[in-house]
Design a protein around this ligand. Sequence first.
Ligand code: MSP
Length: 645
Amino acid sequence: MKSAPFYITTPIYYVNDKPHIGHAYTTILADVLSRYHRLAGAPTYFLTGTDEHGQKVQRAADKAGISPQQHADATVVHFQNLWKRLEITNDDFIRTTEKRHTKIVQACLQDLYDRGEIYKSEYDGWYDVTSETFVTEKDIPEGKTPEEMPNIVRIKEANYFFKMSAYQQWLIDYIKDHPSFIQPEHRRNETLGFLRKPLQDLCISRPKSRLAWGIELPFDKDYVCYVWFDALVNYISAVGYKTDDAMYEKWWPHCTHLVGKDILTTHTVYWPTMLKALGTVQPKRIFAHGWWLSGDTKMSKSLGNVVNPMDMIDRYGVDAFRYFLMAEMILGQDANFSEGAFIRRYNADLANDLGNLLSRVTNMIRRFCDGKVPALPDGELDRESSEVRDAALAAAHKCFNFVEDMRIDLALTEIINAVKRVNKYFEVMQPWSLAKKDDKTDLHTCLYVAAEALRILSSLLQPVMPEKMNALRGALGLREPCKAEDLQKFGIFPSGSEVSEPGPLFPRIEKKDAPAASEKAAPAKSVPAKPAPATAVEGVIEYGDFSKVQLRVATVLSAEKVEGADKLLRLQVQIGDTPRQIVAGIAQHYSPEEVVGKTIVVVANLKPAKIRGVESNGMLLAASVGDKLRLVTVDGELPPGGVVK
Ligand code: MSP
């Protein structure tokens, strides 16, 4: 990724209601892009804010029986609090009711008016009261007349117009000459399609007699400015337009606007022509993303199918929510939101792959290297180790290229595939067996290479999951923030760093309706009044029978899912000196990450068997009630191999 300045904006959100998933999505996306650019060393500026004028806000305030300003002041807090909660690192937050913005809007209006770009004229035509736009008969759905549409009214009033039509050919040429100005490609074509019809002039005023909540026109106090003209100017009023030339020149030409596909025309037609008339340069690109859908329909407040971001983060955590939104949407296309899809992806990528890798690395370094990352032994890396090194370095390289191309989903796939590669490395190298050799070279190589790969991969995930990746790096003993140049180097992990017990970073989510964190214990069954006499118990055995069963304390060294078997985990456990493999039907109750490091009880003398083709050499003990299952563990420190009697 290049280190040219990066200025990113989100749409400014209407303060007529609280934020929902659409708002959260664009803001998280802008935050993730900002963090990747900062990581790559690019000077970065990230702007978000709120759109506080216009009919929507006026109506919401009327409904609440307060002034529009009071309504905006009360609602803006929900956005600001949510951004804090979502770990959003915006450099500025602009509100269109702030003086620093209103004065620039007025300066732009005056400038355009003085130069004849704005003129007054009588409008006699149709008006859509819902979208606050002037419409022509072509905009009315086929088979209907304007009179039949409840939201369309005939109005006749004098208004001010911006000569947008004069810039039609210029805009077509500009879009054609700058292929990356509107992205993705299909949205660029949509705008060019729109421009095939004659472009109208844009009505930029509303008479105060009809709507008073807006910025007053500097040349006519009976009118306020149309909310879209006002709102779009935020992108330049926030970075010093007409007030701070150095700031403006530093950021504005490098601007990327992130917008939803529903506000394409305002951003790719109104805005570029306004800028052209103002005589200033265009932003670098306008990127339109798709919608989050529920089934086939857009999630929206009015449809009542919207996800409240607060609920999701309360339930599953901020970072997991951020990760899901980034991994699941291909930028430019619509994506489907369901809690089921969320849980599937969380369990697969985060609980299984990433969480498991961290447990393995820290656990084995603690067990076999006194908790300190070993030094990388001298000499060439073996084939397996060099493949892991190459996978981590390639992930770093490709990740930044994908981010540059706005394919965050692919960047994340690349990183998680590299995580899987390191997990596979453990299975091939079997560090628990290497630990038994007198020569520790192979063991140290394996653990160093895995820790180093995890250093790189966790740094690459940091822009998406800042808090969790900080915790992960802390568990690895990494104290310094990650630097861009460190992502191209392999072998710089400071040996001797002390690793610590990470705790489950991403505890597995058990079921859609009963998330692990809040799962309540099954209600206790009623207890019989009198204990049943022992003789009434079925299947009584002699002590001699029981004593044949060798129960031993074991430590779980590693765990992974058995491919193609939803319920099975393959565990490497240590009993005394001997590691061995056990296949256990606990995958729906524990993630691999959660079992690694546990001290459990196993039947050590069970005849080996193959379960789904995988050899199992023993059996672990677990207790279950209904569909709840918990492992039998030992209360306190006891070395592996201890006899259970
Ligand atoms: N105030 C204007 C923007 C002015 S920018 C100069 C506005 N505000 S909004 O609050 O209605 O919407 C802001 C953004 O949320 C839009 O980009 C819209 O696409 C996005 N989303 C609203 N619902 C959405 C989904 N269900 N999915 C993804 N984003 C969607 O428009």
